[in-house]
Design a binder for this molecule. Structure first.
Ligand code: CS2
Length: 491
């Protein structure tokens, strides 16, 4: 279905309209994509149902106008649809009060950031949006946008540039700071964003950096709600079912989990009213979610893509794939984890399997496969590192890593082109071109310090395991490699 059909037929239908007064903004959110809308905006809306105090949101897109164009025609109100095989529940979300496209109007973003009325700056900018060099554990000072922002903080391009510019104004004018709340799938996301903000501020003014480190809170948070990119067909179906044309519609599972470290610079919404968990330490929750969910998601994405499967639900309809991820959970992932309070890791993974099986969620393997170089370290490689240190087997995850390495060549097992979206896509292409054999290629990829931690790069056991898995994949293809692996581990 193409967008011209949407334009001609559905445009005649009414768009969502605001039926509650617009709220005074107290949150500024960077990264207004589908996940922000199905999660942050939607859960803040839930809080509002129960609370007199309201937290309006200014949504900020750094560059793209796409989401703005969809929302501006409907006063920033949109629908979120929770789907399962049993039910569909629609919620109209009106927590977004304003929307700014920073590239077009950076001054408006800076003005709002320097206004004390904004008490929280939240982020869903994806892993790469942090410009965090995980090898050196600092801000990536070689990134051109960071270089530009450090030279010209009057007109920032990056989230970290805007945050520091906003905090600088507050510091200079003696105003109270805002809290910076990361909602991205990174371990210790609060500590990561604090580090990049301090690295940036230090270059500008060490006194500012000192003030930030003393006054500004950077709570970590674990976020979870499966939200695939909305398709044109979803918008058409929604229009037919509900009589509304909503191009900003988001579709997601009913399940959500948001665990936030309770550490805020000024005020915060009464998050508990929406079932959000406020805790003193979120680390175990983050690890559990990143390794159990995102780790198997990425494994299914690469192996599934190479097997010719379009979606996670399609992967999971094959018994061998189910067996494989159950094996990953039981033998390779759960043994590296400590259960957070109130969680049972086996129950957590069983529930996850049910979530993957949701037939109404069409989550493309290609979408999850994006930005693998940024995702693999915390989803899979840290687990493997733990297993290696404990001299435990990691053959299951080795196969997933090998599948990513194959995927990164940009050519699948049948010789067809893969549209690889990754900040390191160019590096992969250069390495693939230079390598005389598959073995050389794998070896050079394993040398990438931006992806693989030193302990893995230097381990001959690790290198050999990945080389063997890669050979298996090239010889037998994805599904048969999984079958062989399962036979081997069951012996
Ligand atoms: C997915 C996540 O796209 C991906 O990489 O693994 O977006 C996943 O759906 C969410 O983290 C679930 O909370």
């Amino acid at each position: 279905m193409n967008s011209s059909i949407i334009e001609t037929d559905l445009k005649k239908l009414p768009r969502p309209t605001r039926n509650k007064p617009k709220l005074a903004p107290k949150i500024m959110h960077f990264g207004p994509g589908a996940f922000f809308r199905s999660f942050v905006a939607s859960l803040i809306d839930e809080v509002h149902k129960e609370s007199v105090e309201k937290w309006g949101i200014i949504a900020v897109s750094l560059r793209s106008k796409t989401t703005f164009d969809k929302l501006v025609m409907q006063d920033f109100v949109f629908n979120s649809l929770a789907v399962s095989s049993l039910s569909k529940e629609v919620q109209q979300i009106s927590s977004i009060s304003e929307f700014l496209v920073a590239q077009k109007n950076s001054q408006a973003v800076l003005d709002a950031l320097s206004d004390e009325k904004i008490e929280i700056v939240s982020l869903t900018i994806t892993e790469k949006g942090y410009h965090y060099n995980s090898d050196k554990k600092e801000l990536d000072f070689f990134n051109q946008n960071i270089i530009d922002d450090l030279e010209n903080l009057e007109k920032p391009k990056t989230a970290v540039g805007f945050i520091v510019a906003g905090l600088k104004e507050r510091y200079l004018k003696g105003k109270s700071p805002f809290t910076v709340l990361s909602c991205d799938n990174l371990p210790s996301n609060g500590a990561v964003v604090k580090k990049i903000v301090l690295d940036f501020a230090q270059k500008i003014d060490p006194f500012l950096a000192k003030w930030i480190s003393e006054e500004v809170c950077f709570p970590s948070s674990m976020v979870d709600r499966i939200t695939p990119a909305t398709k044109d067909q979803d918008i058409i179906n929604f229009a037919e079912d509900y009589g509304t044309f909503d191009p900003a519609l988001v579709i997601h599972e009913e399940f959500f989990q948001w665990v936030i470290e309770d550490k805020f610079s000024v005020g915060r919404p009464n998050f508990e009213l929406a079932g959000i968990q406020m805790v003193s330490n979120v680390e175990l929750h983050e690890k559990m979610k990143l390794r159990c969910l995102n780790g198997t998601h990425s494994s299914l994405a690469y192996l599934g893509y190479l097997a010719g499967f379009n979606t996670i639900a399609e992967c999971i309809s094959h018994d061998i794939m189910v067996k494989y991820i159950q094996y990953l959970w039981e033998k390779e992932i759960i043994p590296t984890l400590e259960a957070p309070e109130g969680e049972d890791l086996n129950d957590y993974c069983n529930e996850l399997l049910g979530r993957y099986q949701n037939p109404e969620i069409e989550h493309r393997t290609w979408q999850i496969a994006m930005d693998g170089s940024q995702k693999l370290p915390q989803r899979i490689l840290e687990t493997v590192d733990d297993l290696l240190r404990r001299r435990r087997s990691f053959q299951g995850l080795a196969l997933a890593i090998a599948a990513w390495i194959k995927y990164a060549t940009g050519v699948d097992l049948n010789g067809a082109t893969i549209d690889v979206r990754d900040p390191l896509a160019n590096d992969f292409a250069i390495i693939a071109k230079k390598s005389k054999t598959s073995e050389h290629y794998v070896d050079s990829i394993l040398d990438l310090s931006k992806v693989f931690p030193e302990n893995l790069r230097k381990s001959s056991i690790f290198r050999e395991a990945i080389q063997n898995s890669h050979k298996l994949l090239e010889q037998y293809g994805s599904l048969d490699s999984i079958k062989k692996l399962m036979v081997a581990v069951e012996k």
